[in-house]
Design a protein around this ligand. Structure first.
Ligand SMILES: Cc1cc2nc3c(=O)[nH]c(=O)nc-3n(C[C@H](O)[C@H](O)[C@H](O)COP(=O)(O)OP(=O)(O)OC[C@H]3O[C@@H](n4cnc5c(N)ncnc54)[C@H](O)[C@@H]3O)c2cc1C
Length: 387
């Protein structure tokens, strides 16, 4: 049986569009089909914080200037109880509604030669080694599952779900004192949890709250989440609209990409940073890598090794980082460690920068970070915060 498409991508969010772009950058003649159940522009519950690293990766394959018309956010404020630190980030981030970001990524994928169809995928069937993969009634030589937190493709592969958080977000007039910054207030209850207010640069802020779901406590309702947001950031819900909630599938140190012709990327692969809830960078990084792996495997006439190539490319880059974030997430369950981390970041810009890198992209628990944390734990009285 022959394939209708060289690559079928399920989901046209950041992971899916990056997969299409990665494949077509490698070989513009590939037949790439993007399937999404939604029409674009479409909204997606998100804090809308976009790490510059994701834009770097896209620029690396020629998708430049994607957010040049948006106002960058330079400052980050972190607080927990009475401890607080606010500093300029080494590189500014962006806060861009997903109706805008995702539609631009879809446009870029279409301009590169992908075909987009509105279709809700219900069934994915991988046959033998030599057979294409059936995605409902189309057949792809390689398939990338980029269909988000409740991925149908991941389910078809029989992969279990890992730990998850639940978060809700809305848009509100930006409050005085929270302008020009990404403000994150870490919870003291229902931990790990945090509330945020991210200035969009147009008079509104993306505000929200999320917490880890645990088997030993009841799942929070939307009313619970909103009440906890308002407790941590008083006034954040005033005048807010467009509330939406969603799960965040958190990464662990045991992440293992799939083999064969069916690859997973982004949330479908369980790749949200357990410290910060950031997932767009991982979606772009694993999407691009999946697209590239699919393109080279198809070019070599061996689509069945696409998964192996994707695994090699991504594990090398991501696995050490995922181990470090998993360790940091465990440490951050202690209020004492969180407070010490903020004190250390307040004392030393390098600690702050390393912390941001760990939470946003590929950072590690560096010696600078470990030393700063150790000192702050040993000498909690030395608190020169740059609030
Ligand atoms: C409240 C909240 C706040 C967050 N804040 C941030 C943040 O500030 N910064 C950050 O980096 N990350 C944040 N995240 C995480 C981020 O939203 C995700 O990691 C990111 O969207 C992952 O991209 P993706 O392409 O893998 O999946 P998605 O963006 O979820 O895209 C999946 C696509 O698949 C489509 N789809 C799903 N099922 C099917 C199907 N069966 N058939 C066809 N199409 C299908 C969907 O319509 C969707 O378009 C947040 C998440 C939440 C919930």
């Amino acid at each position: 049986m022959s394939a209708d498409w060289d690559l079928v991508v399920v989901g046209a969010g950041p992971a899916g569009t990056s997969a299409a772009l990665g494949a077509l950058h490698h070989d513009p003649s590939l037949r790439v089909l993007l399937l999404d159940r939604a029409d674009f522009p479409r909204d997606k519950a998100c804090g809308d914080g976009i790490a510059p690293h994701a834009l770097d990766m896209l620029a690396g394959i020629g998708v430049r200037g994607l957010l040049d018309d948006r106002v960058p956010v330079r400052r980050l404020r972190l607080s927990h109880g009475p401890a607080a630190v606010e500093r300029a980030m080494a590189r500014p981030a962006y806060v861009v509604p997903r109706t805008v970001l995702d539609a631009r990524l879809v446009e870029a994928a279409l301009a590169a030669g992908a075909t987009l169809r509105r279709h809700r995928v219900r069934e994915v069937r991988a046959g033998g080694q030599d057979d294409p993969v059936a995605v409902d009634d189309v057949r792809g030589a390689v398939v990338v599952g980029a269909d988000g937190a409740h991925s149908q493709v991941r389910r078809a592969l029989g992969r279990p779900r890992g730990p998850a958080a639940l978060a809700v977000r809305g848009y509100a007039p930006v409050a005085d004192g929270r302008r020009g910054a990404q403000v994150i207030r870490l919870g003291t209850e229902h931990q790990p949890s945090y509330a945020w207010s991210f200035d969009c640069g147009d008079g509104t802020a993306n505000v929200g709250y999320g917490e880890l779901l645990r088997a030993d406590r009841p799942s929070p309702t939307r009313a619970d989440l909103l009440a906890r947001l308002d407790r941590l950031l008083p006034g954040a819900t005033a005048g807010a609209r467009a509330w939406q909630g969603h799960h965040l599938p958190l990464s662990t140190a045991r992440w293992r990409p799939s083999d064969g012709r069916v690859l997973l990327a982004g949330d479908a692969a369980g790749l949200v940073n357990p410290l910060t809830g950031e997932g767009i960078f991982y979606a772009v990084a694993t999407g691009l890598a999946a697209g590239r792996a699919a393109a080279t495997a198809v070019r070599d006439g061996r689509p069945q090794i696409a998964g192996r190539r994707h695994r090699r490319a991504t594990r090398e880059v991501l696995l050490p980082h995922l181990r470090h974030t998993a360790a940091a997430a465990r440490l951050s369950r202690s209020s004492r460690v969180l407070t010490a981390g903020l004190h250390a970041a307040g004392r030393d810009q390098r600690v702050f920068d390393d912390l941001v890198e760990l939470g946003l992209a590929r950072g590690r628990l560096t010696p600078t970070l470990a030393l700063g944390l150790g000192r702050a734990l040993l000498h909690p009285s030395l608190t020169e915060e740059s609030a």
